[in-house]
Structures are given as structure tokens and as C-alpha cells.
Design a protein around this ligand. Sequence first.
Ligand SMILES: Cc1ncc(COP(=O)(O)O)c(C=O)c1O
Length: 430
Amino acid sequence: MSTNASLFERAQRVIPGGVNSPVRAFRAVGGTPRFIARAQGAYLWDAEGRKYIDYIGSWGPMILGHGHPAVLEAVTRAAQEGLSFGAPTEREVELAEAILAQVPSMQQVRLVSSGTEAGMSALRLARGATGRSNIVKFEGCYHGHADALLVKAGSGLATFGHPTSAGVPPEVAQHTIVLPYNDTAALEAAFDAHPRELACVMIEPIAGNMNFVRAQVPFMKRLRELCTRDGTLLVFDEVMTGFRVALGGAQSVYARAIPGFAPDVSVFGKVIGGGMPLAAFGGSRDVMSQLAPLGPVYQAGTLSGNPVATACGLATLREIAKPGFFDALAARTDALLDGLAAEAQAHGVPFSVDHEGGMFGFFFAADLPQHYTAVMATDKERFNRFFHAMLERGVYLAPALYEAGFVSAAHGAGDIDATLSAAREAFAAL
Ligand SMILES: Cc1ncc(COP(=O)(O)O)c(C=O)c1O
């Protein structure tokens, strides 16, 4: 039988770092990644036959858990009808309608194959629609690996950034301003320094790539005002939060707190594909009419709106739109995080938690961080020991302190109890 270690060794010979996406390599926490052989419901089994309660859920898509019968049936039927046509299908229209039905800020949506592609396309759309080149993003937010978005802050808050990856031309990074998250003064300074020059501000409204940090309501309100004032498009990256923190995504959460609130452009991925490669971006009819073939902004894809992926996404959205789905999911997430916080407190471990719908974060710090620097200042050694202690006890958490976690509808009360028992032992051993 292959072991995780033998597979990792073999993988490293033929795949850079042994993985097809860097965080899978366990570099942040050390140790050997688990090679997953199969999954069902809330569980994964690795190549050695060990079972884990899965709180990664493929980094967000598996909101129904693995192997949901309605999803499997839809995918199987779609595969039998044809894997790819490169021509329009009714199912694409159905999926677009199903997405738009839950996201009133969008009148039209285009389907693509990955969150990176959706974010990159939204950026081009914003630039094309405004005729401006400069953009703002926030430190700690990840929007996929397009050149213009792999950028860190420049020397001053309102100055343009530097690439965070080799291979990104400085000329590209020079159009991106990177600001600290939740910092209203920095945001105002950037708009003041670049009046009517910013094509868009792109934000993860609840950031899931620096663990779990939500944009504060006054910050979001000011961001919306500044964008409206300057004709800058507010782009919500809901690849992680969309159909995950609530049926209407994070924008529905902010719309409850800020009357009339809506972003201009939204980006989705993960849950809308239900585990298949599918993502989307959308906005008003006016903005979306800038896209080819209607308008001058080019964007295309051989596998965009793929018939099997759209079947998977549609079946998933139908399940999560059922009455009570999100209440039950949120209650389960609540029980998990309340329980973890209580166990940490019982062991005198400084710990804080936050969650919304089926997405959560926890920090080895007494107070919830509000931005990237604060997240990275939380106790990494403790996080890593906790991660490994949980993994040894059959609980599969994200292998880095800057990643969010996910609960699915398949996680039952017994799974939460088992997780909390493991956590009790893990906290005691920290
Ligand atoms: C908020 C956000 N945007 C964009 C992406 C990129 O999506 P993909 O990995 O599908 O390219 C991710 C991926 O994790 C994400 O979390």
C-alpha cells in the first residue's frame, strides 16, 4: 500500500513541490500532506485508510459535504449527455438565473472556470468600463493569481505596489495600490491622492485568506461612499463567501447593516461549482454590456459554462436554497466555534473566534485581528502544534493560520462533539 510519505516523495519527483497548489504542501505547518483517496459526507480518507473530519471542504466548495446524492446524480446524468460542447446550453442559462435570483446587485453574470479567471476578468471589465488603469486592493486579501493582484504595498499608503511573485512585471504592479484592511483613513488618503483615477476597489468583504477577518461596517460604508463619489467600481470578491456565509453572500450581510448597500461587480467561485471547476463574475446590465461580444472588453473560455460543472453547481444551489438550510448550517458552525472557544478558555489559552454561515476562523490571540499584520502576529507555534494535534486525532483543519475553515451540511452533532473532544486533548497538550 502507498503511504502519504511515499506518495509525497513520488509526487515531488514529477510535480513542483509535489502539489498542484502551494498550500497543499503543508509548508506553513510542516509535516507530510495527506493524500486523499476518497471522501463521503463530512469525512475524508487518506491513502493509508485513515479517516478525518473535513473542515476544509476543498477550500470551500463542498457545502453539502462530499458525495451528496442529488449532486452525484446530476453530474452523472450530465456526463452521459456530453462532457463539453463549446456551444451554449440551457443549463448555463439555468445556472445564471439561479445565481442572479440570490444576488440582486447583479443583472447579468458570465461563467468561467476558476476564481482566478473570474477575478482577473472582473478587473479587466472594471478597467474597460471606467477607462482607468489604477486599482486598489487590500493587504491579506487574495483574489487569485493574476499579475495585477500579486502585489504588496509600496512605500507610502497611497503609492503603487511591488510584485509579490517573481515573473510579475513591476509595470503591472505599478497600477495597484495596496491598503491595510479596515483602515478608513488609509482608504480616504488613497482616494484623495488619486481623484477620479481609480478603476475599482477589489475586496474580500469577509476575508478568508487571512483566516477570517470581516470588514467593519463603518469601513464598508465609507468604501461604498468613496467609490460612488469617484465613479470607482466596488468589486466584491465573493469566491469564498458567496453562497457560503449566507445564500445571498457577504453582500446580503452588509445590505442588512447598511440600507441600500450593493457592490457594483461581484466575483463568485467555489460553492457555485459544487466541487467542479466553475466561477463567475457579474454586475449591472450596463457594466456587463462592456464584455465581448457586446462591448470592447475581451473575455472568453473553451470550457466556460461546462455542462458537467454547471450541472454540479445547479444541483448544489438547489439544495442550499431549500428553506432552513443556512440556519441549520450556521447553528452547526456556531456550536463548533462556541465549543472551541470554551475548550480554549478552560485550558487558559488566549483564543478568539468568528464565523458567519458555514465559514469560520479561530486565532491564538485574545482579541480578533482586524487586518493582516495583526493576523500574522498571532501565535503561529501554538497554531501549528494545535493543527498537528488535531490531525493526529482525525480532524483535518486548514494547514496554515491564515486560512479560513468550512462546515458543511453533512457535519452532524456527533462530528462536532468528536471535534471538541479532540480539541480538549489538543489544548491540554499545547
Ligand atoms: C477570495 C478568493 N478569490 C479568488 C480565489 C481564486 O480562486 P481559484 O483558486 O478558483 O482560482 C480564491 C481562492 O481561494 C479566493 O479565496
